[in-house]
Each structure stands twice: as structure tokens, then as C-alpha cells.
Design a protein around this ligand. Sequence first.
Ligand SMILES: Nc1ncnc2c1ncn2[C@@H]1O[C@H](COP(=O)(O)OP(=O)(O)OP(=O)(O)O)[C@@H](O)[C@H]1O
Length: 229
Amino acid sequence: MPETLLELRNVAVYKAPGQPIITDVNFDVLDRDIIILQGKSGSGKSTLLKALAHLNLYEGEIAYRGKTPQSYGIPNFRTKILYVPQRPSLLPGTPREFLQVVSGFKSHRGRTTLSIDDPIRVAAEWGIEEELWDRNWSNLSGGESQRIALATAIGMKTAEVLLLDEPTSALDAQSSAAVEDYIIQSLKSADSNLKAAVWITHSEEQGKRVGSRFLRIANGTAQEEASSV
Ligand SMILES: Nc1ncnc2c1ncn2[C@@H]1O[C@H](COP(=O)(O)OP(=O)(O)OP(=O)(O)O)[C@@H](O)[C@H]1O
């Protein structure tokens, strides 16, 4: 049996008291899963993903390796169950400065594997030249900042579960394929900490290419489906 990484029991997220966005969510994330989250715009996909990373208030229980997020310390938990936004919005400075800040976070310290060269190497595989790390975020294209944010998340090497919010939405087909392949290979690699991903996509084709399990959000809850159709 694959290891259980995350367990969600009766998870619910509310806009305001009495106004649920999503309720009664129950599923497990197992080692090697790539769970595709699908559903209409506004159905609650990002809301659920952020709740998984403890970035949204929720009701119910989320356990990571059988323990509560609080028991790991929330900042530490968030480095293990790592939410990657669609785009890094309104960040000041340059990606290199951002990398220096996040690599200095207390919850990352003491990891011998950590090197700020790693994200730069990952991004280079996706066509990001090193000079772009020294350009202000505001002067990068949507696709450049998307790849840099994703390379930072993967290159930090702390995450066991990546929570990917439309990670290739700003990319052309070729760049998108390079990112997909890299993530799939990282999940398979014994050298990588990465064990699973929950991945929001609006592309059924992408879902079929990368997904091993499929969750659809509809009618205010999440149901597992046999395939992406
Ligand atoms: N903090 C919040 N306060 C109030 N409403 C919110 C909040 N966050 C999200 N919502 C609402 O909850 C619903 C779900 O939003 P969410 O961003 O999770 O949808 P989504 O499925 O990811 O959509 P999309 O595919 O368009 O990105 C939307 O109606 C949104 O307006």
C-alpha cells in the first residue's frame, strides 16, 4: 500500500458564516498521486488547495502523516505541503531577492540539500536564462514569472506535496510540456523529496497526460471520478 500523506475529513470552507464555498470534502493523498482538481470557474478549486496548505480557514480535519498541521508548526508545514500560486502577484524586487529571503526562512534552515542554485538550474531547464533572476518581477512576462515561481518551489526541495494552481496557464505548449515532464520525473525520482501533487488545470488534455486520480468540484463538494472526462 502506498503511504498516506494527507487525509481530509469533512473539510469545509466558508466565504462568511452560513455561506459555504465547499463542504464535506473527504479524500486522501497517497505517495505518487498526481490528483487533478477540475471544476468550473468559481467552483472552489483554489479555495480547497489553499485550505490544504493552511492558507485558508477551514472546518473539519486535515492531517499530514497522521498529525495535525499545527503539530509541525504552520510555517514548517507549509514548506512540506507547498502551495504554488498561478502567478506571484505584486512581489517587490527581483526573483533572486525573493529566493534569498525564502531560503533564509527559519523553517528551511538546517536542510543540507538547500542551495539557491537549484531553483536557477530547474528554471534553466525550462528556458529561463539566469539574467532573468535579477530583473524586477514587474518586468517579467507572465510565463517567465510563472516558471520562476514554480522552479523556486521545486528547487527549494522541501516539499513532499506540491499544490499547483494552474501551473502552466501562462505557458505555450512546448514550455508546458517541459514543466509537466519535469514534475512527473521529480515525483518518480528516488532522489527527490517530492511525493505527490494536487494539480488544478482547466485543460482536460493536460489532466489526462499528467493525472493519476481525478477530483471534480461541483455542487459545493469534491467527488472522485474514474477519469478526467
Ligand atoms: N476570501 C474570500 N472571500 C469571499 N469569497 C471568496 C474568497 N475566496 C474565494 N471566494 C469565492 O469563492 C468561490 C470559489 O473561488 P475559487 O477561487 O476557489 O474558485 P476556482 O474554482 O479556483 O475558480 P477559477 O477556476 O476561476 O480560478 C468564488 O465564488 C470566489 O469569489
